[in-house]
Design a protein around this ligand. Structure first.
Ligand code: XMP
Length: 489
């Protein structure tokens, strides 16, 4: 007869934390949010890889490309670049992240002099960047002819078909610096000339990169950047259970620092084989997956775009899943001395869910919807019904066609049915601003629970299951909220 578990499966929203004594040590500036990624003998050594904030972005087309990876690593987190693309293009993305030099960036908004104001506006909408380089051929490394910033045009005064060459700031009027200029020198030039950006050009006048004043300020304000021993940004990559023998070597060669098996169901012989092969052939590689991995990813069907539970009737409430795996992990640590970091994947809706996931035993979280909302995600920002939204689709949707993730062990190359949806999420602006707010809340919760680190938080946390009526009590209730107030939250 089938086994019926006695405990109900529960989600994060069904729990609340009960505060502990807050002392002078418990102020947000003293909270350490770093988290281990690779298993280690706790108490005897440090984890080989740690992230500075407990957040990684999901292995998804609509979330984790090189742009997101750069932005998130600069804030202390980590992206896993999606694997539902060719090995070559995934490796190119990894290389672009590893090549990124904080400070000197490849121009990603480029125009040719024959482009029109209409194109400029569309490009601005798409990238969110106010500066575009004008090069002879419109490429990021073409001969530089000028710059267009939002100060160069007034939409109300210029016709949309006005050519870029008519309103750009031409190169003769720009301050530029030669290739080889150090970041420090570039920043000095920016300050001395009171400019906002400095193009770096080679001896033939070709664009090498741009240095922005705001990047300098960002760098000063962000001591948490996630860097490797060569001061390059750290980046992760998704892999699958089909082509791992080709994909893993290529990704490691391209510079991927950590891998993650991207699969809708980790409890399979295919995952076991892929993991075993990786460990035998690349024992130094850090890999997240199911049993035997360097970190364990938890979650089936809890993701915002997931319909696995509806389609297959399989899954478990995310809170119950994290609690159950954390219990087993802690027992394993007691028996063997090995601490296995846990990643709670999917189902984080409110910022307070992050604190709950950590309290329940996760060391860090993987998020899709959360990151998809920001400028830095790879998808389009659209105006729908008067509100800005970003596109967000599941890896199991027809749009992503990531059949390797939903592998049934058959011939492959097709998905028999969808396990994810194509959707919009509310646009949330800039990643750094959003993260600052979310993490301020996590830190505040930890302080209320008398904890200064994730480990201490896990050990001290006390949780209660809340009744449906107390959930209502938890929100604003029995008042008529002002419209402004509602949108501000
Ligand atoms: P959130 O809730 O953060 O979840 O948006 C992101 C996680 O959802 C998983 N994922 C899917 N699950 N069908 C599924 O059943 C899908 O199409 C799908 N796409 C992503 C994945 O684990 C991700 O990290």
């Amino acid at each position: 007869m089938a086994k019926i578990f006695e405990e109900e499966s529960r989600t994060f929203s069904e729990y609340l934390l009960v505060p502990n004594l807050t002392t002078e040590k418990n102020t947000p500036d003293q909270v350490d949010l770093s988290a281990p990624i690779a298993k280690y003998r706790k108490g005897q050594e440090e984890s080989r890889l740690k992230i500075n904030i407990p957040m990684v972005s999901a292995v998804m087309q609509s979330v984790s490309d090189d742009g997101m990876a750069i932005a998130l690593a600069r804030c202390g987190g980590l992206s896993f670049i999606f694997q539902s693309q060719s090995i070559e293009s995934q490796c190119d993305m990894i290389k672009r992240v590893k090549k990124y030099k904080a400070g000197i960036v490849e121009s990603d908004s480029n125009l040719s002099p024959e482009d029109t104001l209409e194109t400029v506006i569309a490009l601005h909408e798409k990238t969110g960047h106010g500066t575009a380089a004008v090069t002879e051929d419109g490429s990021p490394e073409g001969r530089l002819l000028g710059l267009v910033t939002t100060r160069d045009y007034r939409v109300s005064r210029l016709s949309p078909d006005t050519k870029v060459k008519e309103f750009m700031t031409p190169i003769e009027k720009l301050v530029t610096a030669p290739e080889g200029t150090s970041l420090k020198e570039a920043n000095d030039i920016i300050w001395d000339n009171k400019i906002n950006q400095l193009p770096i050009v080679d001896s033939e006048g070709r664009l090498v990169g741009l240095v922005f004043r705001k990047d300098y300020e960002f760098h000063k304000a962000n001591p948490h950047e996630l860097l490797d021993s060569e001061k390059k940004l750290i980046v992760g990559a998704g892999i699958n259970t089909r082509d791992y023998q080709e994909r893993i070597p290529a990704l490691l060669e391209a510079g991927a620092d950590v891998l993650c098996l991207d699969s809708s169901d980790g409890f399979s012989v295919w995952q076991e084989r892929a993991l075993k092969w990786c460990k035998e052939n690349y024992p130094e590689a850090i890999i997240g997956a199911d049993c035997g991995a360097d970190f364990i990813k938890i979650g089936i069907g809890g993701g915002s775009i997931c319909i696995t539970r509806e389609q297959k009737g399989i899954g478990c409430g995310q809170a119950s899943a994290v609690l159950a795996v954390a219990k087993a992990r802690d027992e394993y640590f007691k028996e063997t001395g090995w601490y296995i970091p846990l990643c709670s994947d999917g189902g984080i809706v409110h910022d307070y869910h992050m604190a709950l996931a950590l309290a329940m035993g996760a060391d860090f979280m993987m998020l899709g919807r959360y990151f998809a909302r920001f400028d830095e995600s790879p998808t389009r920002k659209l105006l729908v019904g008067g509100t800005y939204v970003k596109e967000y689709w599941g890896e199991g949707s027809n749009r992503a066609r990531n059949w390797q993730r939903y592998d049934d062990g058959g011939k492959g190359g097709k998905m028999a049915f969808e396990e994810g949806v194509d959707s919009y999420v509310p646009y949330a602006g800039n990643l750094k601003d959003g993260l600052d707010t979310s993490l301020a809340k996590v830190k505040a919760t930890m302080c209320s629970c008398g904890s200064s680190s994730i480990e201490e938080f896990q050990q001290k946390a006390r949780l209660v299951v809340v009744s449906s009526t107390s959930i209502i009590e938890g929100g604003a209730h029995d008042v008529i909220q002002k419209e402004n107030d509602r949108t501000a939250r």
